[in-house]
Design a protein around this ligand. Structure first.
Ligand code: FE2
Ligand code: FE2
Length: 375
């Protein structure tokens, strides 16, 4: 397999102490029916990335994702308008490299966290489900690695924002913090980023790949929602407050620390200015809207929605998203992926584009509704 250009050199090995006890259970007879259903679905919806995606497709080497200009974070500036076309190509290629590298590293984080959940979660039904997730996450690592190596050709190291978050949730002794950090916060980041790729980039391989990964992620979030909702009913108010604090801190970090910082420093068109432009770009606003439309309804559903949380979400300017129905959004992700798979089998590529366009319109309608609610 090809080796990509590695920006910043090879990463040193990273070893973190894993917090929490490994638990056995002797209760083989119980089981929450909804969790077991999700486990059944997890088994039935396995797919082979090698067969399901058309890897023979050749991407445009100058613009491997087919990234519309408005999704280049600095495009709303004189800096971008004055850049020679050759440099714009460099930015497009590096943005694809930086983004998909974070997807890749994040997926490895998910692989490790879901296997940690298998060990530390008390109940057998949850261990069963988490085991299907381990396989899903391995597949996700596989597809992003293959996309980077064979199509994009540039790989970046782990961003500091993602590293800090992963470090916290893997080290923590409480199994539910691994869940909350991974299944709600980082999965929320994934859902926002992948849905933008699915709906907005032009390259058909990138669109299909992200649609299929999203279908799996929608199940993972549903799992987090089910398991945490039950568990958080049992916690004391001071224990809940700790979780709310952790979640709010993660919200700020997801909001502000994923703007390609390492990439702008590497490219150096004036890194500080580029980071500033990226953080307030229209593309970043869309990212945040999608991010919080996934995270906030889940926080409400799992009962992390006390006065302190609501005050924090108000400060973030995202409390309005609590009105959305998280389960409905996940069901829509599943529906789009299923329709794409069905049509690909029929070889009707034009219709694939139509389905994605319809999904886009649904998202736009939801965004418009949301903006109206936000006033
Ligand atoms: Fe994943
Ligand atoms: Fe996942």
């Amino acid at each position: 397999m090809e080796t990509p250009e590695i920006i910043g050199g090879a990463l040193p090995d990273w070893a973190i102490g894993t917090g929490g006890d490994t638990r056995f259970t002797w209760d083989y007879d119980g089981g929450n029916e909804r969790l077991l259903n999700l486990y059944r679905k997890g088994k039935q919806r396995q797919w082979d990335a090698e067969l399901r995606l058309d890897w023979s497709h050749e991407v445009d080497p100058d613009d491997p994702l087919g990234l519309p200009d408005e999704f280049v974070w600095i495009s709303d500036s004189d800096l971008w308008r004055d850049l020679p076309e050759r440099e714009k190509t460099t930015v497009r290629r590096h943005m694809a490299g930086w983004l998909y590298s974070q997807f890749l590293h994040g997926e490895q984080g998910a692989l490790i966290c879901s296997s940690k959940v298998v060990q530390t979660v008390p109940d057998l039904d949850a261990k069963f489900y988490a085991a299907t997730q381990v396989m899903d996450e391995a597949r996700h690592v596989e597809v992003y690695q293959r996309m980077l190596n064979t199509k994009i050709g540039i790989r970046y190291g782990l961003s500091t924002g993602l590293r800090d978050l992963l470090d916290t949730i893997i080290r923590d002794e409480r199994w539910d913090i691994t869940y909350l950090g991974m299944q709600v916060m980082i999965e929320g980041l994934a859902l926002a980023s992948f849905s933008i790729q699915r709906d907005r980039v032009r390259d058909p391989l990138a669109r299909a790949l992200n649609a299929y990964v999203l279908q799996d992620e929608a199940r993972h979030v549903a799992f987090g929602r089910l398991a945490l909702r039950d568990y958080y009913r049992e916690l004391s108010s001071s224990e809940l407050r700790e979780r709310e604090e952790f979640a709010l801190e993660a919200c700020w970090s997801l909001r502000d620390r994923f703007a390609g910082e390492e990439m702008w420093r590497h490219l150096d068109y004036g890194a500080d200015e580029c980071i500033r432009l990226a953080r307030r770009s229209p593309a970043m606003r869309e990212f945040r809207r999608r991010l919080f439309s996934r995270i906030v309804p889940t926080l409400r559903d799992i009962n992390l929605f006390g006065p302190r949380m609501q005050e924090g979400l108000t400060r973030l300017g995202v409390l309005g998203f609590s009105q959305l129905d998280g389960a409905e959004i996940s069901a829509e992700d599943e529906r789009i992926a299923e329709e794409i798979a069905r049509m690909e089998m029929l070889g009707r590529s034009r219709e694939v584009a139509d389905v994605i366009a319809r999904g886009e319109n649904d998202d736009d309608r939801r965004d418009a509704r949301q903006e109206a609610n936000d006033g």
